[in-house]
Ligand binder design. Structure first.
Ligand SMILES: C=C(O[C@@H]1C=C(C(=O)O)C=C[C@H]1O)C(=O)O
Length: 218
C-alpha cells in the first residue's frame, strides 16, 4: 500500500461549506444506524479510529492564521476574529477516513491551550480529550454533495492512490458525504472542529461496529 506522504495532491485550504443542522432535523432520520453511530459519537474520533486499525496517522494539509468568515462564525467564534485554521486527513491503515477543518481562535490559544498551536502530526483529539475541563457543545450535521470541496478532495486522494496502484481512475463519490461539527470548550475557551467522513470510511460500512461493541471486543 503506497505511503500517504508520496505526491500528496491536496493544497491548503480545502475549505468546508456545510448546511449545518441539528441531528433532530427530519433529513437525518433516514440515515443508517451505523452512520448515525459515527456521526453522533461524542467521544474522540482519533481514539475510535485507533481502536479500528493498526496504523493511525494524521496528515496535515495546512495550518494558517485567518480571520473567521461569516460562513463559519457563530455564537462562540465571531466574524473577523483571528483564528488558526487547521486542516488534516485522518488515516487508518493508509485508508483516508476523515477530513477535518478546525478553527482555533487565537484568543483561546493561551495558557495550557497554547500547545494546540503547535500540534504538527499529533491529533488534536489527543490533547482535547485529555483535558479535564473539556466540554463538547451540541453536534451539528451536514451532507456534502459530489461537487463540494471535500468530495473533490476525496477524488484527488483516490486518484493519487489509483495512480500509484494502477487501479482505474475513480469517479466522483456516488454517495453524499456526511460530516459533523461541534464547539469544544477548554477552560471555557471555544474551539470549533468540523469532520467529514471520506468515501472509504468505516462510518459508511453497512457492518460498521457500534462503538460500545468495539470497546467490549478490545
Ligand atoms: C477532535 C478530534 O481530533 C481529531 C484530529 C484532528 C486534528 O488533528 O486536527 C481534528 C479533528 C479530529 O478528527 C478527535 O479525535 O475527536
Amino acid at each position: 500500500m503506497p505511503q500517504i506522504t508520496e505526491n500528496f495532491p491536496i493544497t491548503f485550504p480545502v475549505t468546508l461549506s456545510g448546511q449545518w443542522q441539528s441531528p433532530s432535523a427530519e433529513r437525518f432520520s433516514e440515515l443508517s444506524v451505523p452512520l448515525k453511530d459515527w456521526l453522533l459519537d461524542e467521544g474522540s474520533l482519533t481514539a475510535r479510529l485507533k481502536n479500528r486499525g493498526k496504523d493511525f496517522k494524521v496528515k496535515v494539509i495546512g495550518e494558517q492564521e485567518q480571520l473567521c468568515s461569516a460562513a463559519e462564525a457563530g455564537d462562540f467564534i465571531k466574524v473577523g476574529e483571528p483564528v488558526l485554521v487547521r486542516e488534516v486527513i485522518l488515516y487508518c491503515d493508509n485508508v483516508p477516513q476523515v477530513f477535518a477543518r478546525s478553527l482555533l481562535p487565537l484568543a483561546s490559544l493561551t495558557g495550557k491551550e497554547q500547545v494546540l498551536a503547535n500540534l504538527g502530526e499529533q491529533p488534536l483529539g489527543q490533547v482535547l480529550f485529555n483535558n479535564p475541563t473539556l466540554q463538547r457543545l451540541g453536534l451539528e450535521l451536514s451532507a456534502f454533495a459530489s461537487d463540494s470541496s471535500v468530495a473533490i478532495l476525496a477524488v484527488k486522494l483516490a486518484t493519487t492512490l489509483s495512480n500509484s496502484s494502477s487501479d482505474k481512475v475513480p469517479l466522483m463519490p456516488e454517495q453524499e458525504l456526511w460530516g459533523r461539527r461541534s464547539i469544544f470548550m477548554l477552560a471555557d475557551k471555544p474551539f470549533m472542529v468540523a469532520e467529514v467522513f471520506l468515501p472509504e470510511a468505516f462510518a459508511y460500512q453497512k457492518t460498521a461496529v457500534p462503538k460500545a461493541l468495539n470497546q467490549e471486543s478490545l
